[in-house]
Design a protein around this ligand. Structure first.
Ligand SMILES: Nc1ncnc2c1ncn2[C@@H]1O[C@H](COP(=O)(O)OP(=O)(O)OP(=O)(O)O)[C@@H](O)[C@H]1O
Ligand SMILES: [Mg+2]
Length: 205
C-alpha cells in the first residue's frame, strides 16, 4: 500500500530539508518513493510558480491566488502523485493543500468554505496519510532564509503569524493526521522524530 506524506510550515521552517532527508532515507532502504513539491514540477506548475511567487508587474487577487495554486495542484496530482501512488510508492510532498488553507485562508483572510471547495477540486480528493508541521517562531524562520524574497516572504510579520496560528489550528483539529514538531531543534533530531512516525506507518500498511 502506498503512503502520501506532506510537509507543512512557514517560511524557512525546514520543510525542504526534511522532505529531502526522508526521501534519502527511504531510498537508502530501497523503499520505492517519490519526492515532489508545490507549486511547480509539472510544466503548467512551473509556469504558475513564476507568477505566484515572482510576479512583479501582475496583480494577483487573493481569490485568483487560491485558484492558481489549486490549478497547479490539480495538474501535479493527476500527472505525478496519483500515478506514483498507484505504483505503490511512498510520495513525499513539500507543501500541499494545508498551505493554501494557512496562507490564502488564514493569511489572506479568504472565506474558509471557498478555500475548502477549491482545495477539494485541486487535490482531486486526495488526502495525506500523514502531514508534518514544522513549527517555528516566524522571525526565526524568516531569518534562516537567504537570497531574494518572493511574494510571500515580502508579507509582514502579522501575515506570517496568522499563517503559523492557522497551521497550529489545523493540526489541533485533526490530530491523527498531523505530527507537529518544534523546528528549533537540530535537523538530525527532527529527522529522527519524523522517521519514527513514518516507520510506524510503514509497518501498519
Ligand atoms: N533544524 C534546523 N536548524 C537550523 N537550520 C535549519 C534547520 N532546518 C533547516 N535549516 C536551514 O534553514 C534554511 C531553510 O530551510 P529549508 O529550505 O529546508 O526550509 P523551507 O521550510 O523549505 O523554506 P521555504 O519556506 O523557503 O520553502 C536552510 O538554510 C536550512 O539549511
Ligand atoms: Mg522549501
Amino acid at each position: 500500500m502506498s503512503l502520501f506524506i506532506t510537509f507543512e510550515g512557514g517560511e524557512g521552517s525546514g520543510k525542504s530539508s526534511q522532505a529531502r532527508a526522508l526521501y534519502r532515507r527511504l531510498n537508502t532502504l530501497a523503499i520505492a518513493a517519490l519526492l515532489t513539491h508545490e507549486p511547480g514540477v509539472t510544466r503548467l506548475g512551473k509556469r504558475l510558480t513564476r507568477l505566484l511567487k515572482w510576479a512583479k508587474d501582475t496583480d494577483i487577487s487573493p481569490a485568483a491566488e487560491l485558484l492558481l495554486f489549486n490549478a497547479s495542484r490539480a495538474q501535479l496530482i493527476a500527472e505525478v502523485v496519483k500515478p506514483a501512488l498507484a505504483e505503490g510508492k511512498i510520495v513525499v510532498c513539500d507543501r500541499y493543500y494545508d498551505s493554501t488553507t494557512a496562507y490564502q485562508g488564514y493569511g489572506r483572510g479568504l472565506d474558509m468554505n471557498a478555500v475548502k471547495a477549491a482545495n477539494a477540486t485541486g487535490s482531486l480528493g486526495l488526502k495525506p496519510s500523514l502531514t508534518i508541521l514544522l513549527d517555528i517562531p516566524v522571525e526565526e524562520g524568516l531569518a534562516r532564509k537567504k537570497g531574494s524574497k518572493d511574494r510571500f516572504e515580502q508579507e509582514d510579520i502579522a501575515f506570517h503569524n496568522r499563517v503559523r496560528e492557522g497551521y497550529l489550528k489545523l493540526a489541533k483539529d485533526e490530530p491523527q493526521r498531523w505530527l507537529v514538531i518544534d523546528s528549533r531543534q537540530s535537523k538530525t533530531k527532527i529527522a529522527q522524530i519524523i522517521w519514527q512516525r513514518v516507520t510506524e506507518l510503514i509497518k501498519k500498511r
